[in-house]
Design a protein around this ligand. Structure first.
Ligand SMILES: NC(=O)c1ccc[n+]([C@@H]2O[C@H](COP(=O)([O-])OP(=O)(O)OC[C@H]3O[C@@H](n4cnc5c(N)ncnc54)[C@H](O)[C@@H]3O)[C@@H](O)[C@H]2O)c1
Length: 344
């Protein structure tokens, strides 16, 4: 393998701009040679920026084949087929979250990844969100003592998001659910990083946006999470088209204090303990989108054989499995075990 990788961008919509900006920060270690999208304007835009060859279909791009790895950024219901196709064609795969829309589909992707021997990573960029990483470091340094509880609060309002309610992103069939399978699942990974593995969950959902989108797409969810080590957390997700107060995204509670990560994608971390009773705000403030360059660099270095992925693909099924357990609890009205994906 040469000292850089050739990459195909598959799906050139909203998130592609963040992935592309991240590629630009990879010190020349990644070059985009193919761009794929059914939308010609979008491929033309990325072709002109990168010099990459444009394709309307993934199949045609794979037939051409002049790339080592793909970055799949498609609607969720297309993830399984696209990932399996690319792995079977011998490409390394970075796949936007969630891995797929059902456990059977995730197993299919995992099996294809195993057969291929290629690098397969789910883009769970929250793993590399600088404020989340800093919080993990502070917890390990016992800056707030023993952590016993956390609150994760995903929220979007017109203050931070331009909603397009006609998009696939509000169609339960293409998303594989509602808000739990969309943006809010990025708020689960930090909880796992800080508190450990989640054993069981119970939740409620609602849809205060039912007048604008499908009634069966939850835009509100509230869940209690119990971890294997006995710790607990609460997780709330809400998107709404009204004004909201500015709440922290995360609060982490320990025996000696609290850490908060600011709401809005701008982030910002504040530590409260005996030394800093009024809070110490850490500088610089990075924000959620600063996670993408680190995520991309992790993938590129793994493809180059310079390191092995920080987390396994099986671990990355954890977020959708937690969401599916919350969905199950809605009908059982009981705590539901999350389980784990068992592959041989
Ligand atoms: N990590 C994050 O913070 C984050 C944020 C937003 C979206 N996402 C994820 O990124 C992925 C894409 O979301 P998005 O917001 O960019 O959506 P989007 O609709 O903006 O982009 C998807 C693109 O895929 C193209 N497309 C659809 N069907 C296709 C096909 N069969 N072949 C080729 N192209 C096709 C569309 O034309 C569109 O350009 C999803 O998995 C989503 O969950 C992640």
């Amino acid at each position: 393998m040469s000292k850089s990788i050739r990459l195909a961008l598959v799906g050139c919509g909203y998130i592609a701009q963040h992935h592309y900006n991240a590629i630009l920060k990879c010190n020349g270690l990644a070059k985009v040679t193919a761009v794929v999208d059914v939308n010609d304007e979008r491929t033309a835009d990325y072709s002109s920026k990168t010099g990459a060859k444009a394709f309307k279909s993934l199949k045609d791009a794979l037939t051409w084949g002049e790339f080592d790895a793909v970055d799949i950024m498609l609607p969720h219901h297309l993830h399984e087929e696209a990932a399996v196709e690319c792995l079977e064609a011998g490409k390394h795969v970075l796949l936007e979250k969630p891995m797929a829309v059902s456990l059977a589909a995730c197993r299919n992707v995992l099996a294809a990844a195993k057969r291929s021997g290629k690098v397969f990573m789910v883009c769970e960029n929250a793993q590399y969100w600088p404020e989340v990483v800093k919080a993990k470091q502070l917890i390990e340094e016992e800056a707030i003592g023993d952590v016993y509880y956390a609150k994760a609060h995903y929220w979007e309002s017109p203050a931070i998001t331009d909603f397009d309610f006609d998009s696939w992103q509000y169609d339960p069939a293409q998303v594989g659910g509602g808000l739990l399978m969309a943006g809010s699942c990025h708020w689960i990974r930090p909880l796992r990083m800080w508190l450990g593995e989640i054993e069981e969950v119970i939740g409620i959902t609602g849809n205060p946006l039912a007048h604008r989108i499908a009634a069966n797409y939850e835009t509100l969810a509230d869940a209690l999470l119990r971890f294997k080590n006995g710790k607990t957390a609460s997780f709330t997700a809400l998107i709404i088209d009204t004004t909201l107060s500015n709440q922290p995204y995360f609060r982490i509670f320990g025996s000696k204090g609290e850490i908060t990560i600011g709401g809005t994608f701008k982030g910002g971390l504040t530590l409260y303990n005996d030394e800093f009773p009024d809070g110490k705000a850490f500088e610089p403030v990075h924000g959620y989108f600063a996670s993408f360059p680190f995520t991309m660099m992790e993938f590129v270095q793994c493809v180059l054989g310079e390191k092995v992925p920080d987390v396994s693909p099986e671990y990355a099924v954890g977020e959708p499995m937690i969401m599916w357990a919350i969905y199950r609890s809605l009908s059982s009205k009981k705590w539901e075990a999350v389980g784990c994906v068992d592959m041989d």
